[in-house]
Write a protein that binds this ligand. Structure first.
Ligand code: ZN
Length: 226
């Protein structure tokens, strides 16, 4: 490949990184990277917060949704039901810094710093129930045994999580990022987000419902997970 072709490939990769914004994980995760559950590879989830937090049942509902989708797509990997960890103080400063950095390329640095702040927890996925009114919910993909996935959720008494059906879909959406899904521009779907004008308030619905995945999301999950 000539110099100009190599330069073009590099530039397009940099543009893609900027546009995607979330960390770039392996294209596929091997079962060897995961814990072993009773029936197959397992993503163990630590829900870090107080046991009476109203977000805990919402997180468990979201984990159940994803297990249903993974099963439907013929994947063997599953989330566990999540263990509530109340004795680990949340690193709110690192959470806030990572939240502000999403979805810019330098979020990679702040995500790594956040991972090491949460490093004492042995699992594949951390769900941080932030008490900060300033945080914007976000999700960081699982990228291997030493690079666990992270979801941070803002308090449920803060807009837009106070709107009906929004907390449910925001939680499922952020877990979608943890599974490696990226944003699209279709406002009828779960993973619509920046730079498209989709915002969490668009998940509002009088009837409880989880927005659908795109065919591209489904293909990504089939490719990425055992
Ligand atoms: Zn998102």
């Amino acid at each position: 490949m000539g110099f100009l072709s190599r330069l073009a490939v590099c530039l397009s990769a940099i543009v893609a990184l900027y546009a995607c914004g979330v960390g770039v994980g392996p294209l596929s995760v091997s079962a060897a990277e995961l814990a072993r559950g009773p029936v197959g590879p397992l993503l163990r989830v630590a829900i870090i917060g107080t046991p009476d937090d109203p977000r805990i049942p919402v997180v468990r509902e979201a984990l159940g949704f994803w297990n249903g989708e993974l099963s439907r797509l013929g994947r063997s990997v599953r989330f566990d039901s999540g263990t509530v960890i109340a004795n680990v103080p949340l690193p709110e400063d690192a959470l806030g810094a990572a939240s502000r950095a999403q979805p810019r390329p330098w979020s990679v640095y702040f995500n790594a710093r956040l991972r090491s702040s949460l490093g004492g927890v042995d699992d594949e996925a951390d769900v941080a129930l932030s008490a900060s009114p300033d945080i914007i919910s976000f999700g960081v993909p699982f990228e291997g045994r030493d690079r666990h996935g992270i979801v941070a959720l803002r308090p449920m008494n803060r807009w837009p999580l106070t709107l009906p059906n929004v907390a449910r879909n925001v939680t499922v959406h952020e877990l979608g990022h943890l599974l490696g899904l990226q944003h699209n521009a279709d406002a009828r779907t779960l993973m619509c987000g920046r730079p498209a004008p989709c915002r969490p308030a668009a998940f509002t619905s009088g009837v409880p419902r989880i927005f659908p995945l795109t065919p591209n999301d489904q293909a990504g999950l089939r490719q990425r997970w055992p």
